[in-house]
Design a protein around this ligand. Structure first.
Ligand SMILES: NC(=O)c1ccc[n+]([C@@H]2O[C@H](COP(=O)([O-])OP(=O)(O)OC[C@H]3O[C@@H](n4cnc5c(N)ncnc54)[C@H](OP(=O)(O)O)[C@@H]3O)[C@@H](O)[C@H]2O)c1
Length: 290
């Protein structure tokens, strides 16, 4: 995958160039589909960013690609072989970031896993795995970075979802994890506010071109789903990047403890990717477990 944004972002977006000059970001899942475009926007606006993931080749390649946007090989620091389920690995990643860039101002807890599965086919291990990456991984990311955020009076953004706003089928594991993330963010907004740290969530709706969404929805249901979204289009990774820039910018300096939904008002009318699969998927071989 190549970069989604380019230098025209500086001309056509609402943000002034160098908005984040001198600032440093730390992004788990930063080589993934949505979070890499968040990183692209931050970097184009002058931020230096460490991207954290497990896959060495992917993390190194994406760091080079994003750095090329600003012709500065020092703009993105790839830190691979880090599993967000292990807080010690994240602490080492924080140390490497501070050794290289001197500080951390903005954290995005974006690493996550997802798959479609109904409750009857979902094993305890599969549930534990998603909760460990999404919820425990978000806690670990906050825990490892908070001392730096307190020093910089920075801001943390958790990447949530809308799967827990009502009973979305086949997503009990992700819904449970994301509900926990929202609760964690709200509590951090209250407990860390006195230290000058802001905490918010961003909840993407159906974002086209993402591996997660493509896995969850086929081409046939894409058209139907789109027509049921009030704004009549799927979301883009740039939509999420724009909202991210806002939440880290001084324009949001009094915004903390919120969940910024970026979904074209989709969840309000109960649209979800699983309409086409419900309820038939529930009755497939009940012995097969994930
Ligand atoms: N796609 C959507 O439409 C949608 C909708 C709502 C919410 N979201 C949320 O948006 C975020 C990004 O989604 P996406 O679709 O862009 O996902 P993605 O492309 O699959 O990227 C996820 C990233 O997370 C990293 N990751 C996964 N498990 C990890 C672990 N244990 N330790 C460290 N890194 C790990 C992966 O890196 P490695 O391969 O290097 O491990 C990968 O780069 C997620 O939080 C997701 O829940 C997405």
């Amino acid at each position: 995958m190549v970069n989604t944004l380019d230098k025209t972002f500086l001309e056509k977006s609402s943000w002034k160039p160098d908005l984040f000059k001198g600032k440093v970001g730390f992004v788990t899942g930063g080589a993934g589909t949505i979070c890499r475009v968040q990183v692209e926007a931050l970097v184009l606006l002058g931020c230096k960013v460490a991207i954290i993931g497990r896959d060495h080749e992917k993390t190194e390649r994406v760091a080079k690609e994003i750095s090329s946007l600003v012709d500065n090989p020092d703009a993105v620091l790839p830190i691979s072989k880090v599993d967000v389920r292990e807080v010690k690995q994240l602490e080492s990643a924080v140390k490497r970031t501070v050794d290289r860039y001197g500080r951390i101002d903005y954290v995005i807890a974006g690493a996550a896993g997802n798959f479609i599965c109904d409750f009857n086919h979902l094993s305890a291990n599969a549930f534990k795995s998603v909760v460990s990456i999404d919820l425990l991984g978000s806690f670990n990311t906050a825990k490892a970075t908070m001392p730096e955020l307190i020093k910089s009076r920075g801001s943390i953004l958790f990447v949530s979802a809308t799967f827990h706003y009502y009973g979305v089928p086949f997503q009990s594991h992700v819904g449970a994890a994301k509900a926990g993330i929202d609760a964690l963010s709200n509590a951090l907004a209250v407990e860390m506010g006195p230290f000058g740290v802001r905490s918010n969530c961003i909840a993407p709706g159906a974002i086209q071109g993402t591996e997660g969404f493509d896995r969850l929805i086929g081409d046939a249901s894409k058209k139907k789903t789109t027509s049921k979204i009030p704004l009549q289009r799927l979301g883009t990774t740039e939509d999420i990047a724009q909202a991210t820039v806002y939440l880290f910018s001084p324009a949001a300096s009094y915004v903390s403890g919120t969940i910024q939904i970026v979904d074209g008002a989709m969840w309000h009318i109960g649209t979800h990717f699983a309409h086409e699969l419900y309820p038939d998927l529930l009755f497939k071989d009940p012995k097969a477990k994930l």
